[in-house]
Design a protein around this ligand. Structure first.
Ligand SMILES: [Zn+2]
Length: 309
C-alpha cells in the first residue's frame, strides 16, 4: 500500500479514536448536518490521493481538491479565509509546488468553499480563476448578491470580493496537461453552480468522475423555490440540473464535503477490495436521488402552503 494512504488511514483511525463527531458523520442522515458544517468545526487533514490524479487537500469535513497534471495543477474550492492555509499546507505536504497551480475553479460561491479565494489570488497571482458567469458575479460582490445572504441575513456569510480571470459555460472544457474537465452548469443551490466531470484511470480501467456542484435546496426560509424574486428560475434550474446529472455517467462522485462522499468510510476500504472504493456508481445515483427528493419535498410543501396543487 502506498505509504501516504497508509499514514492517512492511521491519522483517520486516530481521529476516530479521539473524536466522537467523526463516527457520527458516517450515518445516512449525515447530509443535512453536513451542509451546515461550520468553519469552526473543521480540523486539518493530511492530503489524500483519492484516485488517479485527484487529491483531497481539504479539511475534516469541508473539501478542496487538487487535480495534478504534468503541465500544472487545477485546484477546486479553496475553502474559507481562516482555513485556506490548510489547503496550501496539504498541497505542499503532498509534494506539489504551489507555483504549478494554473487554474482555480469552484463548485459554488458559498463562503466555506470560496472565501479563501482572494487570499489565494494574492499568493498565486499567476493562477487563473475560472468560474461560471453567474458565479463570477457573486464572487465579485463578495457574496452580497447571493440570494440566500439577502433573504436570510441572519445566516449571511460574506467574503472578500474576487475578480475572476475567465468564465466557462455549460459543457465547455478546461484542459491542462492531458486532463479535460467539462463544466456542467447545474444551477439551483446558487445560480451558476458548477458540476465538473473528468476521466480518471484506476487499475487499467477508465472511469467518469463527477465533481458535484452542490445540489441541496436550502429550505423555504433561506431559499424559497416558489416566488423567489431574487432567483425566479430556481425551481426550474434545480429540475433541469437533476435531469442533467442523471444523464451523466458517474462512476466516481466527489463533493466538497467529506460526509457526502463517505470519505472516511471509503478510506477504511482502501486496500481491502480490488476496486478503488471511490469508484461508487451506486453512491453517485443515491446522492443525486437524495437531493432530488429533498428538493421535491420542499417544492411540494411550498405548493401546499400556497394552495397550489
Ligand atoms: Zn453551499
Amino acid at each position: 500500500m502506498n505509504s501516504k494512504i497508509l499514514s492517512t488511514i492511521l491519522t483517520i483511525v486516530l481521529m476516530i479514536t479521539v473524536s466522537p463527531n467523526i463516527s457520527a458523520q458516517l450515518t445516512l442522515e449525515r447530509l443535512d448536518s453536513a451542509n451546515r458544517a461550520n468553519n469552526a468545526d473543521q480540523t486539518q487533514r493530511d492530503p489524500i490521493n483519492l484516485i488517479d490524479n485527484v487529491w483531497w487537500v481539504g479539511h475534516s469535513e469541508v473539501g478542496a481538491f487538487l487535480i495534478t497534471t504534468p503541465e500544472g495543477h487545477i485546484l477546486m474550492d479553496p475553502t474559507s479565509p481562516e482555513q485556506v492555509h490548510w489547503v496550501v499546507e496539504a498541497i505542499v505536504k503532498a509534494g506539489f509546488h504551489l507555483g504549478d497551480i494554473k487554474y482555480i475553479i469552484n463548485s459554488h460561491p458559498h463562503e466555506e468553499h470560496v472565501g479563501g479565494l482572494a487570499a489565494l489570488q494574492r499568493l498565486l497571482p499567476e493562477a487563473k480563476i475560472i468560474a461560471s458567469k453567474e458565479t463570477a458575479a457573486i464572487l465579485a460582490s463578495g457574496g452580497k448578491t447571493d440570494f440566500r445572504n439577502i433573504i436570510y441575513p441572519e445566516g449571511a456569510r460574506f467574503f472578500e470580493p474576487v475578480k475572476v480571470d475567465g468564465t466557462i459555460g455549460h459543457l465547455e472544457e478546461l484542459t491542462l496537461g492531458g486532463t479535460t474537465l467539462v463544466a456542467h452548469i447545474t444551477g439551483g443551490h446558487t445560480p451558476g453552480t458548477t458540476t465538473w466531470s473528468m476521466k480518471v484511470n484506476d487499475n487499467g480501467k477508465e472511469y467518469n468522475a463527477v465533481y458535484m456542484g452542490g445540489m441541496s435546496a436550502s429550505g423555504v426560509e433561506r431559499g424559497p423555490l416558489l416566488k423567489n424574486e431574487l432567483y425566479p428560475a430556481i425551481a426550474e434550474d434545480f429540475a433541469n440540473s437533476f435531469a442533467h446529472l442523471k444523464s451523466l455517467t458517474c462512476d466516481v462522485y466527489l463533493y466538497a464535503r467529506a460526509s457526502s462522499i463517505e470519505l472516511d468510510k471509503k478510506l477504511g476500504q482502501v486496500g481491502k477490495q480490488a476496486v478503488n472504493p471511490f469508484v461508487d456508481p451506486e453512491g453517485c445515483a443515491w446522492y443525486i436521488e437524495y437531493y432530488e427528493k429533498r428538493y421535491l419535498k420542499q417544492l411540494n410543501e411550498e405548493k401546499a402552503a400556497m394552495g397550489i396543487r
